[in-house]
Design a protein around this ligand. Sequence first.
Ligand SMILES: Cc1cc2nc3c(=O)[nH]c(=O)nc-3n(C[C@H](O)[C@H](O)[C@H](O)COP(=O)(O)OP(=O)(O)OC[C@H]3O[C@@H](n4cnc5c(N)ncnc54)[C@H](O)[C@@H]3O)c2cc1C
Length: 384
Amino acid sequence: MPTTFRFALRDLPPEAEALRGEVRAFLREQFSGAKPVTRARSWGGFDREFSRRVGARGWIGMTWPKRYGGHERSFLERYVVLEEMLAAGAPVSAHWVADRQSGPLLLRFGTEEQRERILPGIVRGELAFAIGMSEPDSGSDLASIRTRAARADGGYVVNGTKVWTSNAHISDYLIALFRTQIVPDKKHEGLTQFLVDLKSTKGITIRPIIDLAGRHHFNEVNFTDAFVPEAARVGNEGDGWKQVTTELAFERSGPERYLSSISLIRELIREVSARPDERSLEQVGRLVAGLATLRQMSTSVAGMLQAGENPNLEAATVKDVGTTFEQSVPELVHALVGTEPTNETGSPFQQVLGYITQTAPSFSLRGGTREILRGIIARGLGLR
Ligand SMILES: Cc1cc2nc3c(=O)[nH]c(=O)nc-3n(C[C@H](O)[C@H](O)[C@H](O)COP(=O)(O)OP(=O)(O)OC[C@H]3O[C@@H](n4cnc5c(N)ncnc54)[C@H](O)[C@@H]3O)c2cc1C
């Protein structure tokens, strides 16, 4: 049956707006000296000390139950913290995969022992998580993964390779999707998720992959007869596909899906405000209007999460429209100003333009490609 989009207009509640002032003051105190190109890295920035300070303020695991260290605040308050952090380009990477998806996954599908053991550490900003889904021959077609977790005494023996695993080399845990059973012609069956301890599991080799901008955040993670105990299994054997699609919905739902180029918009405004002309005013106006619209759509998704509704369709739409927007920014900026992008040298504006130009192609790949999202949207609307 055909469905329609539900993007309800929503004002943030007064408590969320009050929180905004606190977050801005914190960022002024903790992060005001950061260079523009550092801010451009935004959610790529990994800083455990910063994450601990965010945790101490009560801004990780904000919506989680108090018995696991959480703060039982609303999704809209969490939204405000996140958008302020991202708009400032704060280095949230050491806590935010766990805050966004690994923690919620454990809350929903983990055992009580896993929740009690892991969630308080995430809330304190002490535990960093990586995502082990993609494999060398399985990206969009995730259900075709081959890394095998075979039953053994007290657990599983894992063999295979994960790839593009962001920050695996500096994280504590990996939430990994493995094949526990081969069911002929039914690739979505026989998949299971595991909480893999990256620091103490023997048989894991993590090798760097350097990205287009010359940075190391990607990795190849190889498992050779790596033993993963029964207690590390998340959910029931064979439920991995259902769980992983829930996890991907968390991954797609936030403001990070349209704010990746915000530092460049900020630098553009700084650059053109010295000698504003009609063309630059119009272009900046268009960019700000695009941002405002996407923000409205994105807060509407946060409101659906708060109301306990399923925002999969809307989250996929925000990510698709949002990444199209954020990918268009470097080209528009270059066409408007004509300044050449640079890497380490040049003005702050040139460096930010250089960094965003080099990373923008990835915006529509991570968390599900454009084509895959459009398939989800079409299905959600009853069009296929
Ligand atoms: C910055 C970044 C960070 C990432 N971090 C992680 C991570 O931490 N953990 C992790 O597990 N993975 C991570 N990934 C991997 C990411 O999830 C995959 O790159 C993505 O799912 C696409 O898979 P692929 O690269 O194998 O491309 P492919 O699946 O081979 O796709 C190649 C192209 O074909 C298109 N295509 C594929 N199938 C179809 C279809 N059925 N119909 C139409 N078009 C199709 C795709 O849209 C794409 O344009 C990251 C990727 C990036 C860019």
